[in-house]
Write a protein that binds this ligand. Structure first.
Ligand code: SAJ
Length: 427
């Protein structure tokens, strides 16, 4: 099986880097996305998302003629589907995976499929989604045979190969990480492995589609459960007047203990989402996974309560002042350190809440962005970290950006500090 032309459906945070990296291996890549402005941007050799090094790879791939974007699918030898899998609300449960983007992508590519093609689902998906995708393809193309009915003899090969790259390191991790390849049959896995070998230097490990789906959900649930453990410890330690970061450092000296870092909650579009795909399918069994989600989702409110306490403490020490006179500074808005990505950020959520409720001034410090996003936080002022430290009465540390870590706690008003990341807190 030769892959002369590869099509990537969905040119977002995973699809675009994947398309560009394959194109950098001198393969003809057709990127497909419903977003016309994004398609136009890519065809100019530019990018519409923020990811280090991606601009250079996309620019080169487009200029050398290996990558082209379009809104309409075209024939190819392999199709990689990298579209979103958000939630939809159903019967009062608002964490049910929404496969409508996968369905739309399947129905879109079905007319251009031909015998011998490979279709790979990369989107993080609930168990069974790859089989469902194959069913949609078969329904649209009764003239072709698929693995669910024809096994190894099928005209079309179908596999699930979940992405596992860390935002901020996508270009490197796409090449270096091992890949789990879940074919609907052994031949499907073999074909998918051949495709990934074009650009993956890590190992390609084959399994079934269902196991590959579950592997991806398991990886992110593992991280979520471990972060929840750290977050729960931080709440317990606060009650017991113990510095949780010192505690974690000490416990981690044990050769078989490796506790993660507490924070203001879990953000991003993966770890806060994927565990629900397990919970929604097996609600009775996934008790720990659900509780971890609830612990992490509850952490922003806990931080907000701490900010209220700090404001109350400040006012009790300054009886001549009212809440209107108190200046609060929030340090960090991104969903994790040293990136500019504010999507699904617990820090932004906390800042927005403070801005919407606090009658006094709220200063926002986020060294990785030039302007505030449109939204509730807009009432706050984006200021430089030095100024915020000088004039704030209550300081709220939300993200452990490098530039905050370089500030000594000697320069922070520790009496009214809420430090959700343990950067300045001394107890
Ligand atoms: N966080 C903590 N404490 C920690 C580690 C993380 O509070 O000790 C928070 C972060 O601040 C952030 C959230 O968790 O708000 C998630 O950050 P992350 O760096 O753990 O993960 P993501 O969402 O950027 O990327 C994850 C990765 N998955 C795993 O590490 C198991 C990545 O490899 C996946 O490809 C990605 O999800 C995805 O696309 O699914």
């Amino acid at each position: 099986m030769n892959f002369n032309t590869i099509s990537v459906i969905g040119l977002g945070y995973i699809g675009l880097p994947t398309a560009a990296v394959i194109a950098s291996r001198r393969k003809k890549v057709i990127g497909v996305d419903v977003n016309q402005p994004a398609v136009d941007t890519i065809n100019r050799g530019d990018i519409h998302i923020v990811e280090p090094e991606l601009d250079i790879v996309v620019h080169a791939a487009v200029k050398e003629g290996y990558l082209r974007a379009t809104t309409e699918p075209e024939p190819a030898d392999a199709f990689l589907i990298a579209v979103p899998t958000p939630f939809k609300a159903e019967n009062g449960n608002d964490h049910v995976p929404d496969l409508s983007y996968i369905e739309a992508a399947s129905k879109n590519i079905a007319p251009v499929l031909k015998k011998g093609d490979l279709v790979i689902l990369e989107s993080t998906s609930p168990v069974g989604a790859t089989e469902q995708m194959a069913a949609w393809l078969a329904e649209a193309r009764p003239d072709l045979s698929f693995p669910q009915t024809h096994g190894e003899d099928s005209d079309i090969r179908v596999a699930h190969c979940p992405e596992r790259v860390l935002p901020g390191h996508v270009v490197r991790e796409l090449v270096e990480n091992d890949r789990v390849i879940g074919g609907m049959t052994a031949k499907c896995s073999e074909a998918a492995t051949k495709l990934y070998k074009i650009f993956v230097e890590g190992e390609c490990i084959t399994t079934t589609a269902r196991t590959a789906e579950m592997a991806k959900l398991t990886e992110n649930s593992f991280r979520d459960v471990n972060i929840a453990f750290a977050n729960e410890l931080s709440i317990i330690c606060d009650k017991l007047d113990i510095n949780v970061w010192e505690l974690v450092r000490l416990a981690n000296r044990h050769p078989r203990v490796n506790i993660l870092q507490p924070g203001p909650g879990v953000g991003g579009h993966c770890i806060a989402v994927d565990p629900w795909f397990i919970v929604s399918e097996t609600p009775e069994e996934a008790r720990l996974i659900r509780t971890a989600r609830e612990v992490n989702d509850g952490k922003p409110q806990w931080v907000i309560d701490k900010v209220n306490e700090a404001v109350g403490k400040f006012l009790s020490h300054h009886p001549d002042k009212t809440a209107k006179d108190v200046t609060i500074a929030c340090f960090g808005l991104a969903f994790k350190p040293d990136i500019d990505d504010l999507r699904e950020s617990p820090a932004l959520k906390i800042a927005e809440n403070i801005v919407s409720r606090h009658p006094g001034r709220v200063l926002l410090v986020e060294p990785n962005i030039a302007e505030l996003p449109k939204g509730k936080a807009v009432g706050g002022n984006l200021v430089d970290q030095q100024l915020a430290l000088e004039i704030a009465d209550v300081v709220v540390l939300l993200v452990d950006h490098k530039s905050f870590k370089s500030i000594s706690s000697a320069h922070v008003k520790l009496d009214y500090l809420v430090d959700s990341r343990g950067v300045w807190e001394v107890r």
